[in-house]
Design a protein around this ligand. Structure first.
Ligand SMILES: [Zn+2]
Length: 446
């Protein structure tokens, strides 16, 4: 795992190894500048040689993977740091829904008059829901933070699930899909999207899906994508060389599965036939948040290379790399080899900066308790990363993590092993001030 290095005037230099950072710190040539992600600042150097650094981004709805990669000749990638950014889009959505519900109550109850406000605002072009805008904003915040810590020269983003350009016209041009090729992965991602990630026939979701010829090869069916569907193993086996109509009319196993999934045979058959004729539009495979992120990334001025989920998967399986969000980010785009990928991942969790509302409510909206007015207690604030050294007692030892302050001066610390309660402020020292994120370092999956 690499350590970020800054020059004397806080300009980003090439990250160095942990060992080198330790030596620099021991010899007094550098000071620790930041704890998360660990950054040192050199006391004597201003500039230095830099190499091309790429930031890989795999945007997700819950977690976005980020990977800092050094690039060398021959399309080689060396992983320097891995990050997983956990968003709080779902909490934001919940909070806004709750606020809306409270307002609704205030309007309908016999309280002071409040003018109706619901249809009197316009949304600007490119507007995203707050929970989605938050995803773009937090990713951009971290792209900007990381480019202040390392001399990033390029960005790779996974923009689309599959590359229609690569497939040319998947509905009309014939392609021989093959397991293990890039095209094979693009076709698979395309089919997953087209058939809604479920068995096209019975609607099973929690099962491995196989590529299926709707009109069997033996009956003159082609390898074209327009003749392909995804089905579960039992459906694929049962349909075999039969026609679609026969399969739906006679197969008992299918009827059983349809029933458990709440479908009727006729409606399902009609849906399959309709889907087959309908080519998937480009836009439906790309979501608005990813596009908004792409436009924001372009605005940084760095070259942004976009790639598809099919290619990420192809790279990951070709190189035998485990599936994590951070490693997916390292596998985005076109390259030959990925080195040094077995490094710990820093999980960055968006925590917010506390609540404006001082009254805690029950689920019915009645007051349950009140939060204190002041934010600081003995110089600590909820969200600070602290180190507590407790000399004696039940909680003796060293605890490191995110602190939650209480007026009494007895704090809770969220450590990697869980929450430790009732630690006196006297034992705590701040290692990094709260910045709206919680940090945890997770070991590599291998
Ligand atoms: Zn099935």
């Amino acid at each position: 795992m690499a350590v970020f290095v800054m020059g004397k005037n806080q300009q980003p230099l090439m990250p160095c190894s942990e060992k080198r950072a330790r030596l620099l710190l021991q010899r007094g040539r550098a000071v620790a500048h930041k704890r998360y992600p660990f950054t040192i600042r050199l006391k004597d150097r201003v500039g230095g040689n830099t190499q091309p650094l790429r930031l890989g981004i795999d945007p997700g709805s819950r977690i976005t993977g980020l990977a800092l990669i050094r690039e060398s000749v021959g399309e080689q990638r060396h992983v320097l740091r891995l990050f997983e950014l956990a968003h709080r889009g779902f909490q934001i959505k919940k909070a806004l829904e709750q606020r809306a519900a409270f307002r609704r109550r205030r309007r309908s109850k016999n309280l002071r008059y409040r003018a109706p406000r619901f249809n009197n605002r316009t949304k600007p072009k490119g507007w995203l829901a707050p929970s989605l805008q938050h995803r773009v904003d937090t990713v951009m915040a971290w792209v900007n933070r990381l480019s202040r810590l390392a001399p990033i020269t390029a960005i790779s983003q996974e923009l689309v699930r599959f590359d229609t350009q690569k497939l040319e016209n998947p509905e009309i041009s014939g392609i021989e899909y093959q397991q293990g090729t890039l095209l094979g992965y693009e076709v698979r991602e395309y089919l997953l999207e087209k058939w809604g990630r479920e068995c096209a026939y019975c609607g099973d979701t929690d099962t491995p899906l196989e590529i299926e010829h709707v009109v069997p090869r033996s009956r003159g069916g082609t390898n074209r994508v327009s003749n392909l569907a995804l089905s579960c193993h039992p459906c694929n086996q049962a349909k075999d060389n039969g026609t679609l109509d026969d399969f739906f009319a006679t197969d008992k196993g299918l009827k059983k599965r349809l029933k458990t999934n709440g479908h009727t045979a006729d409606a399902r058959l009609e849906r399959v036939q309709r889907q087959l004729k309908q080519p998937l539009r480009d836009a439906s495979a790309v979501n608005a948040t990813r596009w908004a992120l792409f436009n924001a990334l372009k605005a940084t001025g760095l070259p942004v290379a976009v790639s598809s989920g099919g290619r990420t998967k192809y790279n990951r399986q070709r190189l035998g790399i485990p599936k994590t969000h951070a490693l997916d980010a390292a596998c985005v785009g076109a390259f030959d080899m990925l080195h040094d990928w077995a490094v710990p991942t820093l999980t960055i969790k968006a925590m917010g900066r506390g609540s404006y509302q001082r009254t805690r409510l029950t689920q019915y909206g009645f007051p349950r308790g009140y939060l204190m007015r002041q934010k600081q207690v003995h110089g600590f604030q909820t969200g600070d990363m602290v180190k507590a050294v407790v000399p004696t007692g039940k909680k003796a030892g060293t605890h490191m993590g995110r602190v939650a302050v209480r007026k009494t001066g007895s704090f809770n610390i969220q450590t990697e092993q869980g929450t430790v309660q009732g630690i006196s402020h006297k034992h705590c020292t701040v290692i990094q001030r709260g910045d709206g994120y919680g940090y945890h370092l997770h070991p590599s999956p291998t």
